[in-house]
Design a protein around this ligand. Structure first.
Ligand SMILES: Cc1ncc(COP(=O)(O)O)c(C=O)c1O
Length: 383
């Protein structure tokens, strides 16, 4: 079995010399999986008519079935979407909300999702309620209680991150979904980061809808997200783009939303092959240890807190930036670090302070995190 760290990195196209600590934002696909997507593209271009009419429908459902088996759901309840943003949009924009209804999310909800909720609330008169999650979180109660306390009889939908974007904190979605359903609310889980990072059995989580990405932690090409809908939650659910399949059922509506490049979706089985060949439990254990140990070393070097305890994380963790590195614009800092130090790491504002979120993917090694730990050594913050 291939060794992790440097030997594995050669199987990706990552530029040499860059400390790439941000697998979380967009993922990166291995050469082998990109090659598989390219083969699908060549097949399509050799005879687009034959491909789209005769080959694609079956190939798409076979790819969906393979992914469904991996995720613990039925094939007919799963469809590909471009990304988690599209999955969230499909659900939110299909809901029949009324003035006075509430959508409950958290202050850690991904901003694109928040914007979609704002749009939907603006059109329907519903209200967006955000449970405040303060950092550092001490234990799982710090993620459960703030959300639980905001549920009331007006709550129509609870939007839960499985893994929060700014920190990598894993929310107790099963417990929160049970509570929400007991109170009569429906549940959408945003699992953008979960597939590959967590062992998933989606149907057992108690949600109505679950969307996720294969292009982050499952090594698939970009543009390969999915949406699962419990069969009782499929009526009235439509993709953001309506096309020929309208009214013909969940899979038919989502499988065709107009002419597009289907190669990313069709290469998902190849991404699963790549992922499974490295043994999921081995990848998870390696990434978790790498992320949490590196985060601790960085926090020690900076003299700042971690976002929470290691056991609430998978392959990502956040460390508060020291005062010398706090700025008003996180993007400016990311651009500066990339240019000056060839260091790629996500920096995000949470609760009025900037936090660095590190990712650990199997191609990373402990040495990759040294540049980040060294950043706060100089008084000015510039080593
Ligand atoms: C929690 C969460 N939701 C949604 C998204 C959006 O993912 P995508 O850009 O693939 O739609 C992200 C991206 O990082 C995320 O972290």
């Amino acid at each position: 079995m291939i060794a992790f760290g440097r030997p594995l990195r050669r199987r990706f196209m990552l530029e040499p010399g860059t400390a790439f600590l941000n697998h979380g934002s967009f993922g990166t696909a291995p050469r082998a999986v990109l090659g598989a997507a390219d083969r699908w593209r060549r097949r399509m271009e050799a005879n687009p008519d034959r491909f789209m009419r005769e080959q694609l429908p079956g190939a798409l459902r076979r790819a969906a079935a393979r992914l469904a088996g991996f995720l613990g759901v039925g094939e007919k309840d799963l469809a590909f979407v471009d990304n988690a943003t599209a999955g969230v949009n499909a659900v939110l924009r299909s809901l029949a909300l009324r003035p006075g209804d509430e959508i409950l999310a958290t202050t850690h909800t991904y901003n694109a999702v928040r914007q979609t909720m704002r749009h939907v609330c603006g059109r329907t008169g519903a209200k967006l309620v955000e449970a405040r999650i303060d950092l550092p979180v001490e234990d799982v109660a710090g993620l459960f209680l703030p959300v639980a306390e905001k549920m009331n009889r007006r709550t129509k939908l609870v939007v839960l991150d499985h893994i929060a974007s700014p920190t990598g904190l894993i929310f107790p979605v099963r417990r929160l979904a049970a509570l929400a359903r007991a109170r009569g609310a429906r549940v959408l889980v945003d699992g953008a980061h979960a597939p590959g990072q967590l062992e998933l059995d989606i149907a057992s989580l108690g949600a109505d809808w679950y969307t996720g990405n294969c292009h982050k932690w499952l090594f698939a090409p970009k543009g390969s997200g999915f949406l699962w809908a419990r069969s009782s939650a499929q009526a009235g659910l439509h993709p953001p783009v309506i096309s020929h399949g309208y009214g013909r059922g969940f899979a038919a509506e989502f499988d065709w939303t107009g002419t597009r490049d289907f190669s990313a979706w069709l290469a998902v089985p190849d991404a699963l092959d790549f992922f499974l060949a490295m043994k999921p439990s081995r990848i998870r254990a390696y990434n978790h240890r790498l992320a949490t140990e590196a985060a601790q070393r960085i926090a020690d070097a900076w003299g700042t807190p971690l976002d929470g305890p290691p056991q609430l994380h998978g392959s990502m963790m956040a460390i508060r930036l020291p005062q010398s590195l706090q700025r008003s614009d996180p993007n400016q800092l990311m651009t500066e670090w990339a240019a000056r130090h060839r260091l790629v790491v996500a920096v995000m504002a949470v609760g009025g302070a900037l936090w660095a979120r590190i990712s650990a993917q199997a191609y990373n090694a402990p040495g990759d995190y040294q540049r980040l730990a060294a950043l706060a050594r100089g008084r000015s913050g510039a080593p």
